[in-house]
Design a protein around this ligand. Structure first.
Ligand code: NAD
Length: 558
């Protein structure tokens, strides 16, 4: 447990656990624990730089700001709200018990100035921080957070293109970072073979340690041969090769080997910090980034252009090719590849029908730190939804194959109506002492009603409203009004500065009746924003969900 905040040593775990409060209430305590959990060395990609995942997605602006946030949370009363401006605490306001304890705004820029260059200049001056999605909103739970989304995506792909399984299929991708590291596991859980390129050796080693990947390789041709053989033998195994994505794709093209599926999860949203140009070692890249950022960006863009051209070539040869939410196509288009968008994004291709039912990445963590508490919640979820066989399959596989990172946590995709049921059941568990401390409930910003991102979540909307950002703003506002525990509004997550606006929310189940009222409101309203947004855009499934759950304005007729 952290006794002196000024001594925070981020090379070691600092998250308090157990059921003794170190703050003045469980909501503040939850915010403190989740902030420090984001920076747990087992959770964060680079805790010493406060980087949690996704290129330079940070939990706090700098060490000084982090210490001040910790101090503020420790002293925050139950009728006060802490304000965070791009990772720095800037005020404590009198509010009321039902109000959020923390309100966060990260990386917001007036649209005309919302360029990467302008953001970088401000960041250099210490005036801003990139919050990514769950990094700056303190609800990142390690790679598991993305495993189920990736699992759902590949499962949907398998249903659409194969017989519901990736058995015997070769799936090629790149980038094994905080989010991308989930790809090998999600693919093997769908029974396929994964072959992934990753420039940084330590990333693959980290995935080996957490059992997200099966093998590391250094020789590209040998790795390709092995992967092809595994697919022929219907073996569900994954290989990470230490190489640049374009080097792997180049060899596949030269050798005439066409993968069954092809995507990418390098941090292409950030050409300077996230993406590695071809031909540079990790050390050379680090040096060039500091000495000549302009040159680095140019090389990055050139490699991304080549990367997309290779993907288009493999698509032509038969690979089912999709963009996995990193804006690689957008970067290639900026670099002059006019047909970069000839392969689709994963949301319109596979995920949107789920969004129309209010379904998205619901997640929770046990503040006790005790894995048994999560196993208890797993059982509750299975009992609540006995007819949902794929949910049962997921929970069972997650228990067997996913190593917890930091606070034990779970994720599963739940829809309209289901999330409130789960939240209320968790609150009851806490009230009855069946878990040893409160449960914190949240979600990714990549959700049904919390994001406007024309190259990703809102790509190719039926009514052309891809860039309309009123929805995530309304989402943050309604969650604040409903009494979420903390609410965040971010810019640039997933796809980079200028490309997205999105909101996050977290709600704490501390077992009290007051929490139950807040949970019921927030977990109804939050996905409802997504159903309303998609119904407004004209999706039939969303209109059916809207009517079924009485979310629309037809209530005015009664
Ligand atoms: P990360 O920064 O933690 O990891 C990116 C990895 O890509 C790093 O390990 C890096 O070494 C590797 N890399 C960079 N350039 C490479 C290249 N040319 N060849 C091979 N490897 C290369 O980022 P992350 O959290 O894993 O996220 C990856 C991307 O996916 C980001 O753009 C992020 O915004 C996006 N994302 C997608 C989803 C989704 O659901 N699809 C969700 C969150 C984030």
């Amino acid at each position: 447990m952290t006794s002196k905040t000024e001594n925070l040593d981020l090379s070691k775990r600092q998250t308090p656990t157990g059921n003794i409060l170190t703050c003045k209430g469980w909501v503040q305590e939850a915010a403190l624990r989740m902030l420090l959990n984001n920076l747990d060395p087992d959770v964060a990609e680079k805790p010493e730089e406060l980087i949690v995942y996704g290129g330079r997605g940070k939990a706090a602006r700098n060490k000084e700001a982090l210490l001040l946030i910790v101090k503020a949370l420790r002293n925050l009363e139950n009728d006060e709200t802490l304000l965070i401006q791009s990772g720095k605490p800037v005020g404590i306001m009198p509010t009321h018990q039902d109000a959020p304890r923390v309100l966060i705004s990260n990386s917001q820029l007036v649209p005309k100035w919302a360029t990467q260059q302008h953001f970088d200049d401000l960041e250099d001056k210490g005036l801003m921080m990139y919050g990514q999605m769950t990094a700056g909103s303190w609800i990142y739970i390690g790679s598991q957070g993305i495993v189920q989304g990736t699992y759902e995506t590949y499962a949907a792909l398998a249903r659409k293109h194969f017989d519901g399984s990736l058995k015997g299929k070769l799936n090629v991708t790149a980038g094994l970072g905080g989010m991308g590291g989930a790809q090998p596991l999600a693919i093997t859980m769908n029974e396929g073979v994964c072959l992934a390129a990753e420039v940084e050796e330590w990333r693959i080693k980290k995935r080996l340690e957490t059992r997200y990947i099966d093998e590391i390789a250094y020789d590209i041709d040998q790795a390709i041969d092995k992967a092809v053989q595994y697919a022929a033998e219907n073996k569900a195994l994954s290989i990470g090769i230490v190489c640049n994505a374009v080097t792997l794709l180049n060899r596949l093209i030269e050798r005439g080997i066409t993968p069954d599926t092809l995507t990418d999860q390098t941090s292409a949203h950030d050409p300077l910090i996230g993406y590695f140009p071809e031909g540079l070692s990790v050390a050379e890249a680090a040096e060039l980034r500091i000495n000549d950022a302009k040159k680095y960006r140019e090389l990055s863009y050139a490699t991304m252009a080549k990367h997309v051209v290779q993907m288009l070539e493999l698509q032509k040869r038969g690979a089912i090719t999709f963009d996995y939410g990193n804006n690689l196509r957008g970067r290639a288009l900026e670099a002059g590849i006019t047909n970069a968008f000839d392969f689709p994004g994963f949301v319109p291709a596979y995920i949107r029908p789920l969004f129309c039912e209010g379904k998205g990445p619901f997640r929770w963590a046990a503040l006790s730190g005790d894995p048994e508490d999560i196993y208890t919640t797993d059982q509750v979820i299975m009992d609540l939804f006995p007819e949902n066989s794929s949910l049962h399959r997921w929970i069972k596989m997650a228990r067997e194959r996913i190593a917890f990172q930091g606070l034990p946590a779970r994720i599963c995709w739940l829809g309209q109506g289901e999330r409130e049921l789960a939240g209320l059941a968790f609150n009851k568990l806490v009230a009855e002492g069946r878990v040893t401390a409160p449960i914190v409930i949240g979600r990714d910003h990549l959700d049904t009603g919390s994001v406007a991102s024309p190259n990703r979540e809102t790509e190719a909307m039926l009514d052309g409203s891809d860039a309309v950002a009123d929805w995530p703003v309304l989402n943050a506002l309604v969650n604040t009004a409903g009494g979420a525990s903390w609410v965040s509004l971010h810019h640039g997550g997933g796809v980079g500065i200028g490309y997205s606006i999105h909101a996050g929310m977290v709600i704490v189940a501390d077992g009290t009746d007051e929490a139950a009222v807040r949970i019921k409101r927030v977990l109804r309203n939050d996905p409802a924003m997504g159903v309303i947004r998609h119904a407004d855009a004209g999706y039939d499934i969303a209109n059916d969900t809207l009517r079924k759950h009485r979310l629309g304005l037809d209530q005015l007729d009664n």
